[in-house]
Design a binder for this molecule. Structure first.
Ligand code: ADE
Length: 234
């Protein structure tokens, strides 16, 4: 059985505590299909104040994360101690945009390391020497990499074989993974004067399947026509 191990470097380990306790991610951890190890970067700082940042050379506002502390934190992870060379992924708006194909690729790995930056920047030499890949979760600036790490862990762990039940994974409707989902309804049949589409009450499963497929295509065409180009698989 394959286990994916994700090591995370952060100065705010607490951010991950509740995230890892719920739903599908919790199940993946409990079933030992996923292993998440959190490292507090501050544990690698040795001065009295546990300093992890310093002022930028050349001046300017904001602080820069120190390369020596980050490197020591990275080397304290098991893959580095055991001399493996897992992908070291730095989370930054300057990285390659995260999408479903990236999630698929990461889910097939045995292990990778996520580095969450804070402050204005991370010293460029750490990126040069240790980072093998940079990922952005969208064209906006977060105050740190931690929310991006949770997004990536969620998207990736649901793709590990055995984590999702069949009904959750959309196995019966393979097109769902490439296009936007169709509308769904549950009881009551009439809500605020709006009825459930009649076809869904018809019991004709062949027609229902066709309707759902058409709705999915229409929604994709209306909202995300770029998905038809095939480059941004959902
Ligand atoms: N850190 C700050 N902003 C980010 C983003 N958009 N994606 C990933 N990491 C980030």
């Amino acid at each position: 059985m394959k286990v994916l191990t994700i090591n995370i470097l952060t100065i705010f380990p607490g951010i991950f505590e509740s995230f890892l306790k719920y739903g599908m991610v919790r199940r993946a951890l409990e079933n030992e299909l996923l292993n998440v190890i959190i490292h507090n970067i501050r544990d690698s700082a040795h001065d009295r104040h546990k300093t992890v940042d310093d002022a930028p050379y050349g001046g300017g506002s904001g602080m820069i994360m120190k390369p020596d502390i980050l490197a020591e934190s990275l080397k304290s992870t098991l893959p580095f101690k055991e001399n493996r060379k897992p992908p070291v992924i730095f989370l930054t708006p300057q990285g390659k945009l995260f999408d479903q194909s990236c999630a698929n690729r990461l889910s097939m790995m045995d292990e990778f390391i996520l580095v969450c930056g804070r402050y204005r920047a991370v010293d460029e030499r750490f990126r040069e020497l240790f980072v093998t890949e940079e990922i952005s979760i969208g064209d906006y600036v977060l105050s740190g990499g931690e929310p991006a790490a949770t997004v990536i862990i969620d998207a990736v762990s649901r793709l590990i074989p055995g984590v999702l039940h069949d009904f959750e994974s959309g196995i019966e409707d393979s097109y769902q993974n490439s296009f936007l989902d169709c509308p769904w309804y549950t009881r009551p049949e009439i809500f605020e004067g709006i009825s459930v589409p009649e076809i869904l009450l018809s019991g004709n499963h062949k027609n229902i399947k066709k309707w759902r497929y058409e709705q999915s295509m229409k929604r994709t065409l209306d909202r995300r026509p770029d998905l038809f180009e095939g480059s941004k698989k959902m």
